[in-house]
Design a protein around this ligand. Structure first.
Ligand code: 8YV
Length: 326
């Protein structure tokens, strides 16, 4: 194993993280900080021991297969690994690590912010004030729906789902969830969460749905036209996980024709492209994939990447090695 591994980082990271990396490793940076194209990624992967990609890098089997013998570790800067072909990496004996845990609270905070923003019409109110057209308070002005006393349905009860559940309980919501595996009774009890055996069971019963599962072949377009139809017309959809979980064309259709009441989206099918239908709707809040975007979180993510590389370079199993493609 290299004493001072050559580490290729695909995007610019917080300054303190880059500085620490440069102390420990031989670092190659992408100074432009624009997402690299496939050719540029291939060139980078031809000449490094460790690749540090982010969510904007599609590292598929072709790229992994074509990487140099030198590439020995993929240390992802981020929790989600749907953009990496973990199976292809495993076939070549390349471990993949991610950064779980350090962005849980920030992402759950953003989900809660969306849960509050959409029914209470935060974006519309903000727009009204900035437009200069607000004529003052009125008993019937800017009415929205309360979230306390309502039912939240969480799809995917991992770290982030559970952190959302705790927040939602504090806001007086009843928590329902679907997860492939039911949580242990003690955890379920502490969260006061009710399990449903399928997404369909859950959808019909709740006022707000939050998607908190990873993107996998099973969850791709989880929210398709049929599932959206199972939601109540007064219900809201919140997504701060991966945009590909939602069939955006079907969502625009449901939002436009009263199928559901509104949506809060931090992620999109083809980022940074936003479906034009979404842009035209008043009942949606659209954010630029900023769920984990805090100074503290990005620093902690960088520290986790560094820890994984160091422990691997010392000949040990990196702590955040991803063991399967989910
Ligand atoms: C990051 C995320 O923005 O961790 C994830 O899965 O989506 C975000 O926290 C991104 O992953 C950075 O690569």
């Amino acid at each position: 194993l290299p004493h001072r591994p050559k580490v290729a980082v695909t995007r610019r990271l917080p300054q303190a993280v880059e500085t620490r990396m440069a102390e420990l490793f031989e670092v190659t940076l992408n100074h432009e900080d624009i997402a690299l194209d496939r050719e540029q990624l291939a060139a980078l992967m031809a000449d490094c021991d460790v690749l540090v990609p982010t969510v904007t890098d599609e590292i598929d089997a072709g790229l992994i297969g074509g990487a140099s013998e030198r590439l020995k570790l993929i240390a992802n800067f981020g929790a989600g690994i749907d953009h990496l072909d973990v199976g292809a990496a495993r076939a070549r004996g390349i471990p993949v690590t991610n950064t779980p845990g350090v962005l849980t609270d920030d992402t759950a905070d953003m989900v809660m912010a969306l849960i509050l923003s959409v029914p209470r019409r935060l974006a519309e109110g903000e727009k009204l004030v900035r437009s200069g057209e607000w004529r003052g308070w009125s008993p019937t002005g800017m009415l929205g729906h309360r979230v306390s006393g309502k039912r939240l349905g969480i799809v995917g009860m991992g770290r982030i789902g559970q952190a959302v559940a705790a927040r939602a309980r504090a806001f007086g919501m009843a928590v329902h969830y679907h997860n492939r595996r039911r949580l242990p009774k003690a955890v379920e009890g502490a969260l006061e969460a009710t399990w449903w055996p399928s997404v369909d069971d859950l959808l019909a019963r709740v006022d707000v749905i939050s998607l908190n599962c990873p993107e996998t072949p099973e969850t791709h377009h989880l929210m398709n036209a049929e599932r959206l139809k199972r939601m109540a017309p007064h219900a809201y959809l919140i997504n701060a996980s991966r945009g590909t979980l939602v069939d955006e064309a079907a969502l625009v259709n449901a939002l436009t024709h009263g199928g559901i009441a509104g949506a809060g989206l931090d992620v999109f099918e083809e980022e940074p492209r936003i479906h034009p239908g979404l842009l035209a709707l008043p009942n949606v809040v659209l954010l630029p994939h900023m769920g984990s975007a805090t100074f503290e979180g990005r620093q902690a993510m960088g520290e986790k990447v560094i820890a994984n590389i160091r422990i691997w370079a010392d000949g040990h199993r990196p702590p955040d090695q991803v063991l399967s493609e989910y």
